[in-house]
Design a binder for this molecule. Structure first.
Ligand code: UT7
Length: 317
């Protein structure tokens, strides 16, 4: 498998830290020091499905393909306004593709899990061109009166088109069942038979615990993949990490003994866009001409579950 096209779309509304100071007991200084975030893009009048379709169209165009050339769509998404049908099905109709679609929910690691599924499907000969999409609106999962979570997130959609090739070198996916550190719970419709208690509450996150697990699991996985490929940390052009917090990215850089020039970031102006963050960043790098044929990229994302997805790519476009 290799990546042959990328695309991204953001909501129009930019929410700065100063705007949050207007209704929260927070400060620009606290948010920038603890997270590196200055502003985020937040859904207001847009629908996530439209942003997802826009990112997909751009990725297909960048790949030099038509929507009807896409054989399969894998969409990473945690929430949107529809529980069913899956977001991928809605995007398929919007862009005029005709293929089968599947949605996956692996929280912030979803894009890497989706890439890995795409690699398997291409290897098995069941598909040639796959649209891998990550579209997220985590700003709809948090309590906007809770300063410890709402300042962290932003919305966005990123997409890549992958095709037959040899750019996907290796991967490592891990899951440790650990609900308590990060979850979002919704009660379902009542029935005449339900006797158990159900709860609806905004996202809960134990930030410190997630922070520690993220640094440990991402740096461990990266080291394993480097060792497996007999590569030195400096053989990688860019480490494209899940954009949750600048301090997490810096801690991983520190673990790897590398400077921040190896760690591109967009968390400063996008916030944490869940599984979309890596896809958004890949498109940014691609469109800025920062990726050259033969460059090695290490992608690593982590999130609720607790899940981690890491893969080693060679840019072949
Ligand atoms: O993609 C999903 C994965 N999620 C993450 O990666 C999040 C990982 N965790 C983090 O990024 C950090 O843990 C946070 C940014 C969430 C929090 O930073 P922290 O350095 O761990 O702070 P803390 O939770 O220990 O809180 C320190 C203080 C507390 O006050 P007290 O108890 O010391 O008086 C908080 O109430 O900071 C307070 N605080 C705030 N103050 C101003 C929490 N949020 C804010 C805020 N503004 N927005």
């Amino acid at each position: 498998m290799k990546i042959i096209g990328t695309g991204r779309a953001y909501p129009a509304k930019v929410v700065t830290n100063a705007m949050l100071e207007e209704f929260l007991a927070t400060s620009d200084e606290w948010i920038r020091e603890r997270t590196g975030i200055s502003e985020r893009r937040v859904i207001s009048s847009e629908k996530l499905e439209d942003m997802a379709a826009e990112a997909s169209r751009l990725a297909i165009e960048d790949a030099g393909l038509q929507p009807t050339d896409i054989d399969y769509i894998i969409c990473s998404n945690v929430v949107n306004e529809y529980v069913t049908p899956g977001l991928g099905c809605m995007v398929q109709g919007a862009i005029g593709a005709k293929c089968a679609c599947v949605d996956i929910n692996v929280a912030c690691s979803g894009f890497v899990y989706a890439l890995d599924m795409a690699d398997d499907r291409i290897k098995s000969g069941k598909a040639k061109n796959i649209l891998v999409l990550a579209a997220e609106e985590p700003t709809r999962m948090v309590d906007w009166s809770d300063r410890s979570t709402c300042v962290l997130f932003g919305d966005g959609a990123g997409a890549v088109v992958v095709s037959e090739g040899d750019g996907y070198l290796s991967s490592l996916l891990t899951t440790v069942s650990k609900r308590d550190c990060l979850y979002y719970e919704r009660s379902l419709e009542p029935t005449p038979y339900i006797t158990k208690e159900e709860y609806s509450a905004p996202m809960y996150m134990n930030g410190r615990e997630v922070f520690k697990m993220a640094v440990l699991s991402s740096s461990r996985s990266i080291k394993k993949l480097l060792k497996g490929a007999s590569l030195e940390p400096t053989d990688i052009k860019y480490y494209v990490l899940h954009q949750a917090n600048m301090r997490i990215i810096e801690a991983v850089a520190n673990q790897m003994g590398l400077g921040m020039e190896y760690f591109p970031h967009n968390v400063d102006y996008c916030g944490n866009t869940s599984s979309a963050s890596v896809a958004l960043l890949l498109d940014e790098l691609n469109r800025a001409g920062k990726l050259q044929k033969g460059d090695k990229l290490m992608i690593s994302a982590f999130g609720a579950g607790f899940t981690t997805g890491t893969c080693l790519l060679e840019w072949t476009k």
